[in-house]
Design a protein around this ligand. Sequence first.
Ligand code: SAH
Ligand code: DHB
Ligand code: MG
Length: 221
Amino acid sequence: MSEEQWSDVDEYLVSLLAPSDESLDEALRESDRAGLPKIAVAPNQGKMLELLAKGRGARRILEIGTLGGYSTIWLARALPPGGVLITLELEPKHADVAEHNLSRAGLSTLVDVRVGPAVESLRELVEEKTESFDFIFIDADKESYPEYFRWAMRLSHSGTMIVADNVVRGGEIINPRSADERVHAVRRFLEIVSAEERVEATAVQTVGSKGYDGFALLLVR
Ligand code: SAH
Ligand code: DHB
Ligand code: MG
C-alpha cells in the first residue's frame, strides 16, 4: 500500500464528495504564491470539519491556526447567517493571505482573524467574557496542544465539539523516546484528554494526500 495509492484514492473521493470551487482553489493558489507551507487540511478533511460543525448546529466556531484560511473557509460555510468564526494566527503574513482568501470567498462578515500568539488571543477571549463556542478546531503549533486544550475547555459549554489535527504524525506518536518535541506535546495532550472527565473523546488514524496522520474528536459533556 503506497502513499501514491492513498493520494489516488483521496483524489477519487474528493472528486465525488468534496469537490473544489473557485474560492477554495484560489485560497490554495494564493497561499502557495505567498510561500506559505503546504499544510492545510485535505479537501475531504475540510468537508468533514464543515459537516461536523453543521451537524453540531454550530453558531460560534473557534479555530486555532489559520494559515491561509483554507480550513477556515470550510468551517465558515457550516455557519448559519449571523454565525461567528474567530480564527487565531501568529504570523501577520499568514493572516493577511487568509483575510484576502476569506474576502474572495464572501465570508469576511462571519470571520474574525486575530493576529498574535494564540495563547494571548485565548486569554483575551476569556477576559472579554466572550460567549462560549460550539465547535473548536485546534491546528496550530503542536507544542502548545496541552495549553490550547485547557483554554478550549474554558471557552466551551456542554455539547461543544473539539477537533485536534495531526495527533498521529506518521505513527511517531507511539514513540515515547521520540526526538520530536511536538510528539511529546501531542502525547501529553492525549493523556490530559484521557484523564479529563468533562470530555468524551476518540482519535482516528488517517491516510491520504497528506500522508499518514490522524485527528482527535472530543465532545464536552
Ligand atoms: N488550519 C489551517 C492550517 C494551520 S497550519 C488549514 O488547515 O488550512 C498552522 C498555523 O498555526 C500556521 O499558520 C502557523 O503560523 C500558526 N501558528 C503557529 N504557532 C502559533 C501560535 N503560537 N499562535 C497562533 N498560531 C500559530
Ligand atoms: C504540519 C502542521 C499541520 O497542521 C499539518 O496538518 C501537517 C503538518 C507541520 O507543522 O508539519
Ligand atoms: Mg493540521
